[in-house]
Design a protein around this ligand. Sequence first.
Ligand code: EPU
Length: 431
Amino acid sequence: MDSLIANSFELDVAYSKIKIKGGKALKGIIKVDGSKNSLSAILPAMCLQREGICKLNNIPNISDLQTHRDILAEIGFDSKYVGNQLMISGNAKHYEVSKENAAKIRASTLFLGALVTTLGEAFVPLPGGDKIGDRPIDIHLEGLEALGVKCIHTRGGIYAKANRLPLKGNDIFLRYPSVGATENIIIAASLAEGTTTIYNAAMEPEVVDMAILLNKMGAKISGVGTPTIKIIGTKRLHGVSHDILPDRLEVGTMLLAFAVAGGKGIIKNCIPSHSISIISLLKQSGVDIRTNNSEIFVNSNGNLKGFITNALPYPGLPTDLQPLVTAFATQCNGKSTIIDSVFMERFSHVGELRKMGCNIENKFNRIDIFGKNNLCGTNVTGEDIRSVTALIIAGLAASGETIISGIEHLYRGHSDFIGKLNEINADINVV
Ligand code: EPU
């Protein structure tokens, strides 16, 4: 996004809402874009390059990309975004991320590991991101400290200082398989002296994608995708070319859209095995789904059964799909129960679904939905990416018009989401 587009984007966001006329069956083909969460890990990892240029392909045109590029510029990199390819040159020169940029995205935390392992110090203001509950970074900091970094809370952020460079590899057990902490430690350990082993590591495909990039750059990382990851530190990494992973959360979102609205379609450019948890839930609820290596065929007659599910770390059902699965449950016959064991306060969508006429209860991290509900379109607000998409899913099934505020969150995570839905026969606009 260049600055002209960024300005018109901000204007657009300030005045826009999403309007959906529900009740239309969906039909057609969706091509999935690159993953926001993969991008969020890959850009800080790429900062370890000392020479060459990184060419990243399949980059989604989302507002988080612009924030990342602003951070890269602050710390010494040049970036150019043309036709879904991002070219990055330069190397890390400045150790501070500004408050303005860090506040916009939670993944700014990963610049701590990247900058402290290259420059010996880093300052990153405490991150923003979605309003989905308490999001501490204590596990990140414990991991960095185990590699020989002193982390101090100061000026509303974290100042990290290496006791020496290179950092020193260590054995690190994570109390919880945090995605961000696993990524931060892998990044920092890639240039450390000796071996780092992370036990109870996150197994998410985005962690794997980031490690594949680092290995292409010259790092020595093994075991990604399992709970035990080994990193043998290297001295120098170089720029490479890499295709970002397709977004498994966009895949799940589109499958749920077809499922609630009824209809038939194909999701292309995806890795079906990354979406096995949501595919399995939809099949149990009565949706016909078939897959091959890179496509998913979905067919829903709208006759859906209630279910019980629990959002867990990968390969469990992603917490990011929990709000959308809740919207899906409104259209299932009988009772559905959904527990979120990852983010205990990711429930802002519940009150909004109730406004649309849903019979729904939420106690602690559990939601019960009593269906099938006749939802009625009304004015609702999404407070993060996933609650906006959840309300879009509900709007597809509702009678009348649903008007959704919070479009800026949608732009953070999905490229041309509204265009994609219109191509498969939805009636959705920005007003
Ligand atoms: N946690 C801690 N301490 C830490 C780190 C995490 O207690 O130091 C807790 C969190 O409070 C939370 C749980 O551990 O309860 C999971 O957090 P995790 O660190 O795994 O998540 P994250 O790295 O902050 C990434 C994604 C999220 C996604 C989660 C879980 C990115 C940029 N964000 O966040 O994506 O929900 O993993 O899969 O990769 C989204 O895309 O909408 C989104 C929020």
